[in-house]
Design a protein around this ligand. Structure first.
Ligand SMILES: [Zn+2]
Length: 211
């Protein structure tokens, strides 16, 4: 498995292309929030055969160009928990509010549910609901490689903001404790900034002390 990471949007969001190098470079995009043309080129340059678009949550910087890419590749667009529906429905309005180029609102082709296993590009991903940053936020865990796509749940020495609609600080901390605390030895790929691991965050993350 190879993961190509590139920063997109005014919010410096990490878009990721996960490539199954053991199976004909079958691949999927995670959180392609912006700059679709560049992402398409990047996938081509890496010989990736994109089969799906996957979204951790509904915030504009993560979903902005998801529909453009899904339509380009003619592949399924897989969303987070349906509790994030409001962000998809209001994407165009949110762009206007932030003064960004307006992207059309859309809905994913399907939502995901906590506890299900997604089979994407020949890889198995466990779907974990981790609300708090957004109500429908999902994390996607690939157990064979101990890699977790954690979106905006946790960052290196920080956590996701909780002042957006449906956000809740206590709920976010509970999600981190319930779903990440036991992932010793895993690499956490975050929606912004560097990747990290739960051992370091237990020690160094100021938001998690005493948890
Ligand atoms: Zn977010």
């Amino acid at each position: 498995m190879k993961i190509i990471e590139t920063v997109v949007s005014a919010f410096q969001q990490n878009a990721r292309l996960v490539i199954n190098t053991n199976d004909q470079n079958r691949a999927f995009w995670v959180d392609p929030g912006d700059e679709a043309e560049r992402l398409i080129e990047l996938a081509e340059d890496n010989g990736a055969n994109v089969e799906a678009i996957l979204l951790t949550h509904g915030h504009v910087d993560h979903i902005g160009d998801a529909r453009v890419l899904a339509d380009h590749y003619k592949v399924p667009l897989i969303g987070p928990d349906e509790a994030d529906k409001l962000f998809f429905e209001s994407l165009a309005e949110t762009c206007r509010q932030y003064g960004l180029p307006v992207k059309a609102s859309f809905l994913p082709d399907r939502w995901t549910q906590h506890g299900e296993t997604l089979e994407l590009a020949g890889l198995s991903l466990d779907v974990v609901h981790a609300p708090g940053h957004s109500p429908g936020h999902m994390m996607f865990l690939h157990a064979p490689s101990k890699i977790a796509l954690v979106g905006d749940v946790i960052f290196m020495q920080s956590i996701g903001r909780t002042d957006l609609p449906g956000g809740d600080h206590a709920t976010l901390l509970q999600s981190i404790k319930r779903e990440l605390w036991h992932l010793d030895g895993w690499r956490l790929l975050c929606g912004h900034g560097a990747s990290t691991n739960i051992e370091d965050e237990k020690q160094l993350n100021p938001f998690l002390q005493g948890l």
